[in-house]
Write a protein that binds this ligand. Sequence first.
Ligand code: ZN
Ligand code: ZN
Ligand code: ZN
Length: 312
Amino acid sequence: MQKMKNDFTVEINAVIEQIFSEKCKILKQELISEIHKSLNSSCDKLSEIRAEKKQINAKSSYAEMAKRNANKIVIKPINNKNTKETKKALKKVIEPTEGLITTVTNINKGAIIVECKNSEAVEEVQKKVNKEIGQEYATEKLRETKKRRALKIVGLSTKLNDERIIECVKKQNDIEDNKELKIIKVYEDRNKREESYNIIIETDCETYEHLIEKKRIKVEWDSCRVFEHINVPRCFKCLGFQHKASDCTFKQACSKCGEQHDVKECNSNIIRCVNCFDLVRRKVIDVEVDHYAYSTKCPAYIRYLQSKKAKK
Ligand SMILES: [Zn+2]
Ligand SMILES: [Zn+2]
Ligand SMILES: [Zn+2]
């Protein structure tokens, strides 16, 4: 009887122990997942804040740059002259008391930077200088911002020519006429069921920010979405990113199977992205590799795109 009781106690203890430890395990797991959840949300929040901060910094520096170069002209002598002579020549053309010019700064080789009161003054000064002393001096407007950025405009329903696109983008989206917009390319979006075109356009940072903020812009009667466009140069031979085929020192790669042949000659059943396969092999990232190298969802491509974005 005593033995039976002992055995029973042992058994119950074991069961209790088991139940208790099971419960502990669950509690432990719950605790761990709670910790993970809050850790993840903290991380998300942190990267959000970082991105926001970056955007604010970028914006203010573009605005500053634009301001710095606004309404300025460079006047440079065609033949050897010093800055004193250049200023003297300018004085003959523009009377300082007229107030068209606010400051004059010397730069090298006899050239000067002339800051004008406003954009009309810029036009007037440039016109006068060209007319009166254009034989001896060349003038050049300082670009508002040197850095230019590209946008992708998506979902145009009819194909328009470059001039018409620029006209519509400017007139219908509150962009001043003197802003420079350059069409990089217009192409048909074959992923859409109906006829649809995308436009890659390049412009100064200020106009870029203005358009990006709108999220949608008007082009004729279309309301088109706008995105940042990052040009990713690609090698047609090895399908790698940072170089052209003419500079390529790597092996040729098939965009379908990743083997060493042209995709036109491919008769493999395997779909394997050469870039992702390489990253996985080198243990850089752990991703699926069964997609075409030109897929826009390719992790290697996305990774490269993000690294380019981060450098902006
Ligand atoms: Zn290459
Ligand atoms: Zn192949
Ligand atoms: Zn890939």
